[in-house]
Design a protein around this ligand. Structure first.
Ligand code: OGA
Ligand code: NI
Length: 362
């Protein structure tokens, strides 16, 4: 486990508990390590206007022979221009999503001692705690998280899987398999949208690892506009499906486009889907892994569930040959994905830097 040990995060305070103290005025001051000094953080484009919002893609239209081609093209543009879209009519039953979200919320409602039964260990990324803390003086995010490897089933480490609420494990199991099938389908349509063989992209991800990160963002009454829920980053996997539980319509996700931050207004019942690093690489840059972050509300918590679909790890990751041809050459060199992941998880989150390093000059 020597290699795995290096990817664990340094232990830091539980933010849910810290937030309770700060918000109740017991100790109203937010510790300096959580306060951001980035003045650009405040300039955000509101996501209410559809012209400035991430595109909406309709799975029903992708599946319908009469509209499929047009919707595939729209999907491909969304993945290039924004790296993000919302997916409606996705076919994952409401009940599956409701059960998942209610069990996830139930986990965080427990007393700290109960949640700690799932705490991260020194040798693992999985479990309840924080990620990407690599030094004692870096700024910290205002959130806790629970990370679980959910597929293949033999990769599950049940030490980190909550046993309460009673239905937690079952809800995650059902949800992860529904969402996985959906992710594979989307990959086929994405490939179609750029004129590639639908099986080509799917083949890179099918049967590979799937991880689930549950983010708990507590409110921050004294300084919501100076803390960051999740620092700007891109996801290291291929395709991410995100759900959020909004109490009273609390939003928090922001996406970077043309140097500006755009607030995402998540549609009720829709998935927010994003292209992640491995998909940018295999698509030879036709799809872009875009920086995003999460911000904090002054009085309301927000919970999100990100499901990460990873590519194969036993071979070098490289752009699909048919997309290299189309693009007039490879824009990324072959990458050991295992090394790429290790680097990602041993550093602070830092936008797109880790991905830019892989680009070839062309
Ligand atoms: C993530 C992520 C955004 C959110 O977990 O990688 O980007 O809104 N989450 O929680
Ligand atoms: Ni992310």
């Amino acid at each position: 486990m020597a290699e795995a040990r290096t990817i664990g995060s340094l232990p830091v305070a539980n933010v849910q508990e810290l937030a309770e103290a700060c918000n109740n005025g017991v100790d109203g001051k937010v510790p300096e390590r959580y306060l951001s000094k980035d003045p650009s953080a405040k300039e955000v484009v509101a996501g209410d206007d559809s012209a400035r919002a991430i595109p909406v893609i309709d799975l029903r239209r992708l599946l319908d022979a009469r509209s499929s081609e047009e919707e595939c093209a729209k999907l491909a543009s969304a993945c290039h221009d924004w790296g993000f879209f919302q997916l409606i009519n996705h076919g994952v039953p409401d009940e599956v999503i409701r059960n998942l979200m209610s069990d996830v919320a139930g986990f965080f409602e427990q007393p700290l001692e109960a949640k700690k039964e799932c705490s991260q260990q020194a040798d693992s990324l999985e479990g309840y705690g924080q990620a990407f803390v690599v030094s004692d003086d870096q700024k910290l995010d205002w959130a806790d998280m629970l990370y679980l490897q959910v597929h293949p089933s033999e990769s599950r480490d049940m030490r980190f899987w909550p046993t309460r609420p009673d239905s937690f494990r079952h809800s995650v199991d059902v949800y992860s398999s529904e969402a996985r099938q959906l992710a594979y389908r989307l990959l086929e349509f994405m490939a179609k949208g750029v004129g590639a063989d639908p099986a080509s992209l799917r083949g890179v991800f099918e049967g590979q690892a799937q991880g689930m990160r549950v983010n708990y963002y507590p409110p921050c009454r004294p300084a919501a506009d100076r803390v960051v829920g999740l620092s700007p980053h891109t996801d290291p996997n291929g395709l991410t499906l995100l759900l959020q539980m909004s109490h009273g319509d609390v939003q928090g996700l922001q996406v970077k486009k043309d140097g500006r931050w755009f607030a995402v207004r998540a549609l009720d019942g829709a998935f927010v889907v994003n292209v992640a690093d491995a998909l940018e690489i295999v698509s030879n840059g036709l799809f872009r892994s875009v920086e995003h972050r999460a911000v904090i509300h002054p009085t309301r918590e927000r919970i999100s569930v990100a499901l990460f679909h990873y590519p194969y790890q036993d071979r070098m990751l490289c752009p699909l040959p048919e997309l290299v041809k189309k693009g007039g050459g490879a824009r990324y060199g072959p990458t050991s994905y295992r090394d790429f992941l290790t680097q990602y998880f041993t550093a602070q989150l830092d936008g797109r830097k880790h991905l830019e390093r892989l680009k070839l000059d062309c």
